[in-house]
Design a protein around this ligand. Structure first.
Ligand code: ATP
Ligand code: MG
Length: 441
């Protein structure tokens, strides 16, 4: 039997008791059949939005998108999106349905959905409703549009990216006509809002099969991320590399954990290599300043795709720091900890992955990052002083010594540098003595 949360089934039951049809639909049915964890529940029902509200007087309800027929019911702590059976109107702008029409027909509701595996409904009372062969496709691992792919992708171009996203997450292959239409109509993604693109793209790059999808469809991704196009097939002309730049990037992406900021950092860490490329007299390629330049590009890209500030800052910081070895000393690790803070271990993850993306004879370099990790763990276990606010003296102490205005900030910075370098212990007396000595010289 399918492994649905009993609370979701109880919610269906409540709608049924009130005389309405109600089914689980979409991702939760698909994922139950695939035997993977269900992360959200969608219900489709014959009840009109106001009727749905009337069925749940005892539950918190959020009117998520009530104009489109959707309310979120919180049933014993489980949020369930309940949507009235509906048909989308035309899509004159390729982005938004011009309007929605409610319908008494479940099949009509399923027909508006994007892929056959997402167009199945289930209820314990009525079993499966699967008019488009979603179950057969699911068992065969096929992603197929409901209806004519060209029409469906033209109606809402986001479905193009959703197709790649589901394929990346599930490993399903795109049915031939679905795939051809998706490639042919890719330019439609230009019209889709940055927010909708971002949501699907993040899921795509965090999918288990992201590497294969990115390899096969750079021309589709390139519609909203044109910066990757010059990296495709780019020969780095450097003995460290046996891959083209795009292949290197994909290897790095696969080798970092599937977290959005790490996958984005991996995808964009060398994005400015083509624009910083130079050849020396011996015919070797160099990319001076590429880490900084790639960080700047990543900043532009993530702003354009309307990423939140925290993700953007993390990605940009990781990229800016990714290049070059770090001296294996406590001082330099302390400095890096000071600069990167919580991102230090993500930085190591990116550097390790970057190393694995080099030619095989350089993979041994990964031990360098293992040693840095040992050093960092040792430093962190010692309750270290890594920021100005960890110093055993503060601005007030310095004012008592006669420091004023900007001198205070400068002195604190000097003290922190000295502590990071190991030149002085983080103890009040010692720090003050250190300043005195410095001021005398
Ligand atoms: P997951 O939640 O696992 O990412 P999902 O299939 O639940 O996947 P949602 O984006 O939550 O995806 O959408 C819920 C359902 O709504 C889908 O399964 C699909 O039936 C339908 N759907 C969502 N977006 C579209 C769209 N752009 N075009 C057509 N149908 C869509
Ligand atoms: Mg969902």
């Amino acid at each position: 039997m399918l492994n649905f949360d009993a609370r979701a089934l109880a919610l269906l039951n409540r709608l049924n008791e009130n005389g309405y049809e109600a089914f689980l639909v979409g991702g939760c049915v698909r994922d139950a059949l695939r035997n993977v964890e269900i992360h959200d529940y969608d219900v489709t029902t014959s009840a009109l939005p106001q009727e749905t509200l009337a069925c749940f007087p005892d539950c918190p309800v959020i009117e998520t998108g009530i104009r489109h027929g959707t309310v979120t019911v919180l049933w014993e702590g489980l949020p369930v999106e309940v949507t009235t059976y509906r048909v989308d109107g035309g899509y004159s702008d390729g982005r938004h349905p011009d309007g929605v029409r409610f319908t008494p027909s479940l099949e009509e509701d399923l027909a508006r959905r994007d892929f056959t595996v997402n167009a199945m409904a289930f209820s314990p009372l009525r079993g499966f409703c699967d008019p488009f062969g979603g179950r057969v496709d699911l068992e065969a691992g096929i992603l197929r549009c409901v209806g004519d792919p060209s029409r469906r992708f033209s109606e809402d171009s986001l479905r193009i990216l959703r197709g790649l996203r589901f394929s990346s997450v599930t490993g399903f292959s795109l049915e031939f006509q679905t795939k051809s239409a998706l490639i042919a109509l890719r330019e439609g993604l230009q019209k889709v809002s940055a927010e909708r693109i971002r949501e699907e793209f993040v899921k795509l790059i965090c999918g288990t099969h992201a590497e294969a999808i990115l390899r096969e469809f750079p021309q589709v991704i390139g519609v909203f991320l044109p910066e990757i196009l010059p990296t495709v097939g780019f020969d780095q002309r450097n003995y460290h590399h046996c891959h083209t730049l795009y292949e290197h990037t994909l290897a790095v992406l696969s080798a970092v954990p599937p977290l959005p900021h790490l996958r984005l950092a991996a995808l964009l860490h060398d994005v400015a290599k083509p624009e910083t490329f130079s050849l020396d007299e011996g015919g070797t390629g160099h990319f001076y300043g590429h880490a900084q330049r790639s960080a700047e590009r990543a900043d532009e890209i993530l702003r354009r795709l309307r990423f939140d500030n925290e993700t953007r800052r993390a990605v940009v910081t990781l990229i800016r720091h990714h290049d070059g070895p770090l001296e294996e000393s406590e001082g330099s690790v302390r400095r890096k900890l000071n600069k990167l803070g919580d991102l230090f271990f993500d930085y190591l993850a990116l550097c390790r992955a970057d190393t694995l993306g080099l030619a095989p004879e350089f993979h041994g370099r990964i031990s360098h990052f293992d040693r840095l990790e040992v050093l960092a763990r040792k430093i962190l276990a010692e309750n270290p002083c890594l920021r100005e606010k960890d110093l055993a003296v503060n601005g007030h102490d310095l004012m008592l010594l006669g420091y004023r205005g900007p001198q205070i900030g400068a002195a604190l910075r000097r003290l922190l540098d000295a502590v990071l370098d190991g030149a002085v212990e983080n103890e009040k007396e010692l720090l003050l003595q250190y300043l005195n000595r410095e001021d005398e010289t």
